[in-house]
Design a protein around this ligand. Sequence first.
Ligand code: KIV
Length: 275
Amino acid sequence: MKNTVITIQQAKERGEKITMLTAYDYSMARLIDEAGINMILVGDSLGMVMLGYEDTLSVTMEDMIHHTKAVARGVTDTMIVADMPFMSYQTSVYDAVLNAGRLMKEGRANAVKLEGGKEFAEHIRAITAASVPVVAHLGLTPQSLNAFGGFKVQGKTEEAARKLLEDAKAVEAAGAVAVVLECVPAKLAKLVTDQLHIPTIGIGAGADCDGQVLVYQDMLAMFGDFKPKFVKRFAEIGSMMKEGFQKYIEEVKSGAFPAEEHTFKIEDEVIEKLY
Ligand code: KIV
């Protein structure tokens, strides 16, 4: 069954947890879709995990459209949410609607995600009015890395917690269909989840959110040296891949690969005529 804004809302109402993972290309999107994950986030984290930048700030609309298109070709049932990259919506409501529309029209996303709370309520309202569903992203919002002075847990003081709750209510009132809560204390995420009608999707925000999202490279341990506190490694794919690559090197060098069964044949009489 196709996952949509309606089915994720119904999941919250039934108390059924929502699953979301990032994907950035066709092959991973196919695997995630076949596994039965509800939502794919084509995150601007692609700048870091796919393109090797040190943060998400250099990701462009063209990068996002290119990767979202590839994901869309691999998906049957999973709902696709594409990130609006840095400066694709902050500049004006007009830019926000135009670029959200491009992610849907050219990228074939089912919804867009943008970072920010009540200061972007007008943008969310306008994008929603253009029939593009919006997921808001609160808490640690990586595009504000320089304003925060680093990647830190958000909402720990009374003032910050109150602002986060108000932001969540403001984006819901503006029409957001879900809210991602990143690196927020678990009790605050629970309070937000209880007070909103729309689903919350947590990353580093505890078990009481309506759903969870992780970057697939993190949950599959693809980078051995990177393990944030909120990530659980569900499979050790990074080391399995490296073992596979090393075995390939050994067998190519020793001549064990390719073997007879990997080789195409030609009639001897044909080849003999060439000598
Ligand atoms: O870009 C991304 O992958 C994200 C998740 C970390 C929520 O925004």
